[in-house]
Design a protein around this ligand. Structure first.
Ligand code: NDP
Ligand code: MG
Length: 386
């Protein structure tokens, strides 16, 4: 097999380290040449990864870490860069495939650059589709690369949505674990801490997405992500709570048939599928033992306790830059919750208030409008936090 090349934006995170692990299982440098790796604060790990995987370029998003990273890599021949321009350099470094695994809106500009130059995009960073929606999809299409979903739900849908049957798709059903507060009352949720919110029952993930899972903002982002990724109407996107996280998502067709993708909750599965598509990789993920599982449970999501789902529907129905507004306000509120400056329930309250204030914003004609809406939403969310 001919060697392909890959860059990983956000290699030091949860998705990033899982991606490097998958690369090792796929045959290491014989299969994929690693071009660029990027991190932010964790430069010791970044340097270690760059050396172990033979990267050509290592980039820290944090400019103040440039000298320290350069010192860690001196004498290795690995090129070092930093800051926003460094991230753009990594995105443009010419790899066939780019794994987009930076957390939050910070991932948008470099992923967009990689899409525009025609790289295949393995997309973990859901914020690209939530904020930039159709503009991001159009950038991938114009660039000519593939868009391969890594988010486990979307990867599942991608696996069971046959292109030739697209006209017959009635609905997609995103599964949600319900997170650590699935059975909590609103009163109980009002006082939860970061430590309890980050403890996801099934998946091991980065801090922010873990807390977003507890509030179901993660599912809200995924609803918007699915709409853009698969060209769906808002009412075609459904959510069902499935506490075991064994069914990763489903597609319902016009004949009443529902196709589901199942697996153990291990992100290496979705990552491997995206990296090796259209082939299936050989992966060491745990095999399902149905006799031991015994049962799979389902329940309707409660939008009164998890208003994020209602906000996603509102954003999808309004369209335009409402996804960018929802995400920008949510990121500010989430950072405030992590810092201990606001309560768990106020994340949805702040986001909803900002969405109402900015409901009038016109649709985005260009990425500048997306970034402007994101910034405006952040400023308004900050103003509400005082
Ligand atoms: P992590 O927090 O574990 O990792 C985030 C990565 O982004 C790290 O490499 C981090 O560097 C880097 N980073 C942080 N801030 C910045 C910044 N301002 N500019 C550039 N890089 C930055 O996140 P996850 O791996 O969990 O998630 C990554 C993305 O994938 C998110 O969009 C998430 O929603 C999505 N995703 C994650 C899943 C999961 O299982 N984890 C599942 C589905 C989607 P450093 O650590 O060095 O500071
Ligand atoms: Mg997901």
């Amino acid at each position: 097999a001919s060697t392909r090349s890959i860059s990983i934006l956000g290699s030091t995170g949860s998705i990033g380290t899982n991606t490097l692990d998958v690369l090792t299982h796929l045959g290491g440098r014989e299969t994929f040449e690693v071009v660029a790796l990027t991190g932010a604060s964790n430069i010791a790990l970044l340097a270690e990864q760059a050396i172990a995987h033979g990267a050509r370029l290592a980039v820290t998003a944090d400019e103040s870490q440039y000298v320290a990273l350069r010192d860690l890599l001196s004498g290795t021949g690995i090129e070092v860069a930093a800051g926003q321009s460094g991230l753009m350099e990594a995105a443009n470094a010419g790899a066939d495939m780019v794994m987009a695994a930076i957390v939050g809106t910070a991932g948008l500009a470099p992923t967009l650059a990689a899409a525009r130059r025609g790289a295949d995009i393995a997309l973990a960073n859901k914020e690209c589709l939530v904020s930039a929606g159709d503009l991001f999809v159009a950038a991938v299409r114009q660039g000519g690369g593939r868009l391969l979903p890594v988010d486990s739900e979307h990867n599942a849908i991608f696996q069971v949505l046959e292109e030739s049957q697209r006209h017959a798709v009635e609905r997609v059903i995103l599964t949600a674990s319900g997170g650590p507060f699935r059975t909590f009352t609103r009163e109980q949720m009002a006082n939860v801490t970061v430590e309890t919110a980050r403890a996801h029952p099934n998946w091991s993930m980065g801090l922010k997405i873990s807390i977003d899972s507890a509030s179901m903002f993660n599912k809200a982002l995924e609803m918007i992500e699915a709409k853009h990724l698969f060209g769906l109407a808002p009412e075609q996107v459904e959510v069902i709570v499935h506490p075991q996280s064994i069914i990763h998502s489903m597609v319902g067709y016009s004949d009443g048939s529902v196709l589901a993708q199942l697996g153990s909750p291990d992100m290496r599965h979705a990552i491997g599928y995206a990296l090796e598509f259209p082939r299936r990789a050989k992966l060491p993920v745990e095999r399902l033992d149905f006799a031991r599982l015994a049962r799979l449970d389902f329940e309707a999501p409660d939008e009164a306790r998890f208003p994020a789902l209602r906000l996603a529907r509102l954003a999808m129905t309004r369209g335009g830059v409402q996804g960018a507004v929802l995400n920008g306000a949510k990121e500010v509120a989430l950072d405030a919750f992590i810092a201990g400056d606001t309560g768990f329930l106020s994340m949805a309250q702040i986001t909803e208030a900002v969405m109402e204030e900015l409901a009038h914003l016109p649709p985005a004609a260009s990425m500048d409008d997306v970034f402007a809406a994101d910034l405006e939403a952040r400023q308004r969310a900050k103003a509400r936090l005082g």
